[in-house]
Write a protein that binds this ligand. Structure first.
Ligand SMILES: [Zn+2]
Ligand SMILES: [Zn+2]
Length: 142
């Protein structure tokens, strides 16, 4: 959580007048009115908002992943090889969050977060095992 101070003067991205509201999705663009926010939405979404939002989600996801690892001590050698085994056991796409939750004692929600993270930017299976062994579990460092 950041404790960013609210700047005293913010200009509307459309008309440069004093802005009183900002994009609640990315919190980076300011507007004087809902009207101007709507007017600027397409441009803003493509140029700033989507990237900022995704970066934010990425960070949150990573934090949650780390928290789950710490909470269930999934970074021990025993656990990480059990997970690697679990991930390779199923056929493509058949590894489910419910199974993961049952096997490793997480909540189903945590299992989803965990498995989604494993899949971020990597092909599920071999590469995810690599990631699991090398970075994710190794020490749960960021
Ligand atoms: Zn405006
Ligand atoms: Zn935005």
């Amino acid at each position: 959580m950041s404790t960013a101070a609210i700047p005293s003067t913010q200009a509307c991205a459309v008309c440069q007048q004093v802005a009183t509201q900002r994009c609640s999705r990315c919190k980076q663009a300011w507007y004087c009115s809902t009207e101007h926010q709507k007017q600027d939405w397409k441009r803003h979404k493509q140029s700033v908002c989507d990237d900022a939002y995704q970066a934010d989600q990425y960070t949150l996801h990573k934090q949650e992943f780390d928290r789950i690892i710490q909470r269930y001590k999934l970074n021990t050698e025993e656990k990480s090889s059990a997970i690697a085994e679990f991930l390779t056991a199923g056929e493509e796409g058949s590894v489910s969050a419910a199974q993961f939750a049952e096997k490793f004692g997480t909540t189903p929600e945590e299992a989803v977060v965990f498995l989604e993270w494993i899949q971020v930017g990597v092909k599920f299976k071999q590469q995810s095992i690599d990631v699991a062994n090398k970075s994710g579990f190794a020490a749960a460092k960021r």
